[in-house]
Design a protein around this ligand. Structure first.
Ligand code: 6PG
Length: 482
């Protein structure tokens, strides 16, 4: 029998899997075994890329036989039932100590479940978030692996070899046990939703209020990409806005149907945040903005409802553009701040030791939300590991304070002019809520106590209280009330 030659295998050879396999094969020291449910895809890949030296396999037995021990395989199939089927097949041909990595966008609770089930067989299971799209998979993604420390020992060097590099450091770190990697990838996607929606709102304002054409706005985004907003999403926005439709000669953005799709990771972020009690309001608005866009019947029915009460006349266009830029930056800080709050809450809930500064570091390159200011997040957590809200760190607090007049002008102007800015506006409201001395939550507590005797606490005395709202209206402590 021939000796197994591959140190790593990839299962699932659609575009993400193929690209990741090619990336692995291109790195010194890696030999990659590949497997796909239909052999055709495997054949296409090995024919198109002879330089990769892939070991093609057509059954799970062959695949396992091609791998050196501990066998390590990365599953790159669409998240869901397909993943479970591949895991079942691999666990029958793998042995204790081997490693199965799920590189898809799995829901982290599925990963927790799968990790426990696979671990029971003695095989390691690693849920790894991989960000960067097709191009990232091929040239260097940002990778967020969970799983055991034992698995990380074997996997770490392999993942480090294929990850994107930022300032000389590979964008991969062992995030935490079981579902931690997929949890952090989910939050990454939530922030991605917010970031994209914020950019879209900025574009809408520049177009509808600033009267600028897509090509001009593309220039503005390209310019913004040279400053504190520098990021992949700003960069590609300029590219998208520049694009002209080949058929009509119109800006492509004008012929694309204005109904945004979603594969679910944004909604998962919000659902998890609701469970954890973390206000990720900017992310939630971004998810809902996509939902609203995709409701043609309701939008048609509402089209003639009254709108603006004030036309927004811009006298100084440069100043307006700068206002929008600052509002975008401040809202973006809130999106990241909320995302990191969710990471902290998730880590607490699931007992993961997640190093926030490291997460910001591995998002600096390769991933969709890569941005210059992630270095600032790492610094903020290095200065104060117990930082309770990113927006309160000196750098971010100053940045938001500087942007505040612009932010308020943009949100209030948009409200008067009838232009939707759900993420700008909710981020500002969140900021004002967070910094408020007193919140009307006191009244909500009063209402709850009135109709349901839900009790309240007082600002001046310890204890839990209930008021007898009718009768003599005297207040009694909850202990006495029962
Ligand atoms: C990434 C992306 C990637 C993908 C998502 C979002 O990090 O590489 O987030 O995972 O683009 O599936 O897609 P939707 O916008 O369709 O939810």
């Amino acid at each position: 029998m021939t000796q197994p030659q591959a140190n790593i295998g990839v299962v699932g050879l659609a575009v993400m899997g193929s690209n990741l396999a090619r990336n692995l094969a291109s790195r010194e020291g890696n030999t990659v075994a590949v497997f796909n449910r239909s052999y055709e895809k495997t054949e296409t890949l090995i024919t198109d890329h002879p330089e990769a030296g892939f070991i093609a396999t057509s059954t799970y037995d062959e695949f396992a036989a091609a791998l050196q021990k501990p066998r390590t395989a990365i599953i790159m199939v669409q998240a869901g039932r397909g993943t479970d089927a591949v895991i079942d097949a691999l666990t029958t041909v793998f042995e204790p100590g081997d490693i199965i990595v799920d590189g898809g966008n799995a829901l982290f609770t599925d990963t927790i479940r799968r990790e426990a089930a696979v671990r029971a067989t003695g095989i390691n299971f690693v849920g790894a978030g991989i960000s960067g799209g097709e191009e990232g998979a091929l040239n260097g993604p940002s990778i967020m692996p969970g799983g055991s420390a034992e698995a990380w020992e074997t996997l770490g060097p392999i993942l480090r070899s294929i990850a994107a590099v930022a300032d000389g450091e590979p964008c991969v770190t062992h995030v935490g046990t079981d579902g931690a990697g997929h949890f952090v990838k989910m939050i990454h996607n939530g922030i991605e939703y917010a970031d994209m929606q914020l950019i879209a709102e900025a574009y809408d304002l520049l177009r509808r209020v600033g009267g600028l054409e897509p090509a001009e706005i593309a220039e503005i985004f390209a310019e913004w990409n040279r400053g504190e907003l520098e990021s992949y999403l700003i960069e590609i926005t300029a590219e998208v806005l520049k694009q002209v439709d080949a058929t009509t000669g119109k800006p492509l953005v004008d012929v694309i149907l204005d109904q945004a799709g979603a594969k679910g990771t944004g909604a998962w972020t919000v659902q998890s945040a609701l469970d954890l009690g973390v206000p990720v309001s900017g992310i939630a608005e971004a998810v809902f903005a996509r939902s609203l866009s995709s409701k043609p019947a309701q939008r048609l029915a509402a089209r003639d409802l009254p709108g603006a009460v004030d036309a927004w006349e811009v006298s100084d266009r440069a100043a307006f553009v700068e206002d929008v830029r600052r509002a975008l930056y401040a809202s973006k800080i809130i999106a990241y701040s909320q995302g990191f709050d969710a990471i902290v809450a998730g880590a607490e809930q699931y007992d993961w030791d997640i190093r926030k500064g490291e997460i910001a570091k591995i998002w600096r390159a390769g991933c969709i939300i890569r941005a210059q200011f992630l270095n600032r997040i790492t610094e903020a957590y290095a200065d104060d590991p117990e930082l309770v809200a990113l927006v309160t760190a000196p750098y971010f607090a100053d940045a938001v304070a500087g942007a505040l007049p612009s932010w308020r002008r943009v949100v209030s102007g948009a409200a008067l002019a009838g232009i939707p800015t759900p993420t700008f506006a909710s981020s500002l409201s969140y900021y004002d809520g967070l910094r408020a001395d007193r919140l009307p939550a006191a009244l909500v507590q009063g209402q709850r106590d009135f109709f349901g005797a839900h009790t309240y606490e007082r600002v001046d005395r310890e204890g839990t209280f209930h008021t007898l709202w009718s009768g003599d209206r005297s207040e009694i402590s909850a202990a006495d009330a029962h």
